[in-house]
Design a protein around this ligand. Structure first.
Ligand code: FAD
Length: 339
C-alpha cells in the first residue's frame, strides 16, 4: 500500500517539534491503513539526523544534506520534495502549518495537481460515499479543522485527487515515540542530481531571528486571563501567581484585543494550542475558539464570577467569585506554602 509521508523541518541539526508531532500523527494514520510511514528531511550537516526521526517508526527516510539547503529557501526544497513525492507516489503527505509548510505545501499541491487542506487540527481515516458516482471510496484522509469562525468542525475529504495533502497546526498532535530502536532505510539524495542554478536565484542576505521569550507550548502550568481580568494592571495578579507556581501567563483573544496582554500569549484557535498539567482560567468565559486551544490540559481550574460560564463545564475545579478577591488569596496561600 502507498505510504503516508511527512516533510520534516530541521534547523541547526534539530528536527522541529511540529515535525515530531507530524511523524507521530503520520504513524497513527499509517497503522490504521496498514501502510509504511516515510519521511524526507533537507538541510545542512545532517549526519545522524535519522536518530531523531527513525524512533517515530519511519520506514524510508529521504535525506538531502548540503550547505545550500539551510536556511530554508522555497525553490530548492520544493524541487527536492517534488522529486521524492513524484517518485514515491504516497497516498497522504503532511506538512506543518508553519511558515515553511505554508510556503511549500501549496506549491507542491499545485505542481502535483492534488489540492491541499490547510491548518488541520484532527486527522483520521474513513470512507466516503459519492452520491453522483454511486461509489464508496475507502481509506481516505479525513482532514478536520474549525471553519466559519470555529462554529463548526469541517471534515475535508479529497477522494479523487492524489496524493491527499494537509498542513497541520503546531501543538495539536500528540508526540509519541513508536520504538526507540526502530531503524529506517536511508535514501540519500545528492542535490547536484536534482537542483540547478535556477533553484538558487533567491539569495538569503541576512536573517534576524526574534526571540519571543514566551514558551507557552512547553509550560507545565499556565495562568490565563480573559476579558474579565479588566485591565493590563490587573494582569499583574496573574503574573504573580504564575511566578510563584513556576508557570507562564496566557490569555484569551478578548484580553489580547483589549490590550491587557501581548498577542504572542494568546491561547486558542488563532493563538497557541497548549497541553499543560495545570491551566488556571481567570475571567475567561470559555468560547469554543478558546477551549480549542486548552481543553487537553490535564487539570483545569476556572475562576469566574458567573457560575454558569461555559468554561466551568470542562473545568475540574470551579471557583465562583471575583478574581480580584480569589487571586490574591491564592497568591498568599502558595507564597506561604511554597517550599
Ligand atoms: P468574555 O467572553 O467577555 O468573558 C469574560 C468572562 O469573565 C466572563 O465569563 C465573565 O463572567 C468573567 N468575569 C468578568 N468579570 C469577572 C471578575 N471580576 N471575576 C471573575 N470573572 C469575571 N478567543 C480566544 O481566546 N482564542 C482564540 O484563539 C480565538 N480565536 C478566534 C477566532 C475566530 C475566527 C473568532 C471569530 C473568535 C476567536 N476568539 C478566540 C474569540 C472568542 O470567540 C471569544 O470572544 C473570546 O475567547 C472571549 O474571551 P474572554 O472569555 O476573555 O471574554
Amino acid at each position: 500500500m502507498k505510504s503516508v509521508f511527512v516533510y520534516c523541518e530541521v534547523e541547526n541539526k534539530e528536527v522541529a517539534e511540529i515535525s515530531q508531532e507530524l511523524l507521530s500523527a503520520g504513524k497513527r494514520l499509517a497503522q490504521k491503513l496498514g501502510c509504511p510511514l516515510d519521511a524526507m528531511v533537507f538541510g545542512n550537516d545532517l549526519d545522524g539526523i535519522e536518530s531523531q526521526i527513525s524512533p517515530y517508526g519511519v520506514d524510508k527516510l529521504f535525506i538531502s544534506d548540503d550547505s545550500k539547503l539551510e536556511p530554508y529557501r522555497t525553490l530548492p526544497h520544493a524541487a527536492l520534495a517534488y522529486k521524492v513525492l513524484k517518485e514515491q507516489d504516497p497516498q497522504i503527505v503532511l506538512f506543518g502549518a508553519t511558515s515553511v509548510g505554508r510556503d511549500l505545501a501549496p506549491r507542491l499541491a499545485s505542481k502535483l495537481n492534488c489540492g491541499l487542506t490547510a491548518d488541520t487540527t484532527i486527522l483520521d481515516i474513513g470512507d466516503h460515499f459519492v452520491k453522483k458516482e454511486k461509489k464508496e471510496y475507502t481509506d481516505l484522509l479525513y482532514a478536520i479543522r474549525p471553519a466559519f469562525g470555529g462554529s463548526i468542525m469541517a471534515n475535508i475529504i479529497n477522494w479523487d485527487m492524489h496524493p491527499q495533502m494537509a498542513t497541520v497546526r503546531e501543538g495539536v498532535m500528540k508526540k509519541e515515540i513508536f520504538d526507540a530502536n526502530h531503524k529506517s532505510e536511508i535514501i540519500k539524495i545528492d542535490v547536484n542530481d536534482v537542483l540547478n542554478d535556477q533553484d538558487f536565484v533567491v539569495e538569503v542576505i541576512e536573517r534576524h531571528i526574534e526571540e519571543s521569550g514566551v514558551n507557552l507550548k512547553d509550560a507545565p502550568i499556565i495562568v490565563a486571563g480573559g476579558y474579565g481580568v479588566g485591565s493590563k494592571e490587573n494582569f499583574d495578579l496573574l503574573r504573580n501567581l504564575a511566578n510563584i507556581l513556576g508557570g507562564e501567563v496566557g490569555g484569551s483573544r478578548a484580553a489580547v484585543d483589549a490590550g491587557f496582554i501581548d498577542h504572542n500569549r494568546q491561547i486558542g484557535q488563532t493563538g497557541t494550542t497548549v497541553r499543560p498539567k495545570l491551566y488556571i482560567a481567570a475571567g475567561i468565559s470559555g468560547a469554543i475558539q478558546h477551549t480549542a486551544g486548552m481543553q487537553d490540559a490535564s487539570m483545569i481550574i476556572s475562576i469566574n464570577n458567573d457560575p454558569d460560564a461555559p468554561i466551568n463545564a470542562i473545568a475540574d475545579y470551579v471557583i465562583t467569585g471575583d478574581l480580584g478577591v480569589v487571586l490574591p488569596k491564592m497568591i498568599k496561600y502558595y507564597k506561604e506554602n511554597a517550599k
